[in-house]
Design a protein around this ligand. Structure first.
Ligand code: NAD
Ligand code: UDP
Length: 387
């Protein structure tokens, strides 16, 4: 493997990385990249390992086998955590409950997972002078300023009323009874705590705010590799509908807007943070693709077209159906109206820009979904009839 250099041309020393939540969607892609392209070691911590099984098994069979070690543990109650952080140069914390269906229905678990459970990680990093990359969320911005203007106000079109900037935009959440915001609020408080550890105790930290990263292995398909009644994030919800040949459900009209970024583009940004501490420390980074904005309705239409292309199956005559948020998520749901990341800081510090268009990232992701799930879905659908 050629010697790696950082953005300033200096050689990069091999690192030991303690990755918490390594068995999740983002963790699995980050582990893959670190194993295939770098000499770094990963101590992979999670309660699940299914999504990184291909990197771990068969034991000893891969060129990277001696550089990845899986530790099955729950950070809520495991005394091994501090030792593993101490053994590492860098800790990356991805562990969280981060599916909106949980925020209003399991607000206590959501707050504990995103704030309380992250506290020891921050403390051990600070006390042992270890660098921390912590995963927060774009949801800490909450609603845009523009969403409070009258519907017909021309100011709604002015970027200063909706573009989200790390060092300028306020965090605007709904009332407490809208428990949707339990997640954003817990993430905001852990960000403030990490920032304060940096300011008062010199913790070296980087905070990542992902803006709807999507791609293969995200969440689960209900009834196939996850609970039948489970509600994953929108990519997996719509994939599930497409695989089942049922209409895609648009919550409250599908008018909310999102920008989606391809997981592989986003992982490049994280790699730059890992390998350029001098440029990344002390910063909060938006990581998203401002060019890939759609309403949820447009996303549904595009996914329907792309899925028809990659599966060769015709789309439904009525590809979408409207549902209320009350019916879909239950009481206490609320929504972010629009999420456009400002890219100035990540561009200046790390020279990173996303590359993949929404159509292209959906094409590769839905090809994966079709290949991985279509057959299992056929069998699952056939089963009840056979019984
Ligand atoms: P994910 O649910 O796929 O991964 C999280 C992983 O953490 C899971 O494998 C889970 O088992 C593990 N975990 C949770 N609690 C744990 C505990 N107590 N002990 C050990 N392991 C635990 O989610 P993801 O999409 O990979 O997200 C990773 C991080 O990025 C989260 O902090 C999330 O809030 C943040 N984020 C992601 C997105 C996105 O677009 N994917 C958007 C905003 C924020
Ligand atoms: N959504 C939808 N239908 C679904 C799942 C989600 O209309 O089957 C909407 C949801 O209300 C939100 C958007 O899609 O407006 C994105 O939801 P996701 O769960 O991916 O997370 P978020 O971006 O809100 O954090």
């Amino acid at each position: 493997m050629a010697a790696r250099v950082d953005l300033d041309g200096k050689p990069i020393k091999p690192l030991t990385i303690c990755m918490i939540g390594a068995g999740g969607f983002i963790g699995s892609h980050l582990c893959e990249k670190l194993m295939a392209e770098t000499p770094h070691k990963v101590l992979a911590l999670d309660v699940y390992s299914d999504k990184i099984k291909h990197l771990l098994e068969p034991a000893g069979a891969h060129p990277w086998s001696d550089r990845i070690q899986f530790h099955r543990l729950n950070i809520k109650n495991d005394s091994r955590l501090e030792g593993l952080i101490k053994m590492s140069d860098l800790t990356i914390n991805l562990a969280a409950i981060c599916t909106p269906a949980d925020y209003n229905t399991r607000p206590l678990d959501t707050i504990y997972s995103n704030f309380i459970d992250a506290l020891p990680v921050v403390k051990y990093c600070s006390e042992n002078n270890k660098r921390l990359i912590h995963f927060s969320t774009c949801e800490v911005y909450g609603k845009t300023i523009g969403s409070f203007l009258p519907k017909d106000s021309p100011l709604r079109k002015e970027p200063e009323y909706f573009v989200l900037k790390e060092d300028e935009s306020p965090c605007i959440f709904g009332p407490i009874e809208k428990q949707r915001w339990s997640y954003a609020c817990a993430k905001q408080l852990i960000e403030r705590l990490i920032y304060a550890e940096g300011a008062e105790n010199g913790l070296e930290f980087t905070i990542v705010r992902p803006f709807n990263w999507i791609g293969p292995r995200m969440d689960f398909i209900p009834g196939i590799d996850g609970p039948s009644e489970g509600v994953p994030r929108v990519l997996a919800c719509f994939s599930n509908n497409l695989l089942r040949h049922e209409p895609l459900k648009l919550v409250d009209g599908g008018v909310s807007q999102r920008t989606f970024v391809y997981i592989k583009d986003a992982i490049e940004a994280v790699m730059l943070m890992i390998e350029n501490p001098a440029r990344a420390n002390g910063h909060i980074f938006n990581v998203g693709n401002p060019n890939n904005e759609v309403t949820v309705r447009q996303l549904a239409e595009m996914m329907t077209d792309v899925y028809s292309k990659v599966s060769g199956e015709p789309s439904l005559e009525e590809p979408t159906v409207d549902v209320s948020s009350q019916e879909f998520y239950g009481a206490g749901y609320d929504d972010s109206d629009k999420r456009i990341p400002d890219m100035t800081i990540i561009n200046k510090q790390l020279g990173w820009d996303p590359k993949t268009s929404l159509w292209d990232l959906l094409e590769s992701t839905l090809t994966y979904q079709h290949r991985t799930y279509a057959e299992a879905m056929k069998q699952a659908i056939a089963k009840p009839a056979a019984n």
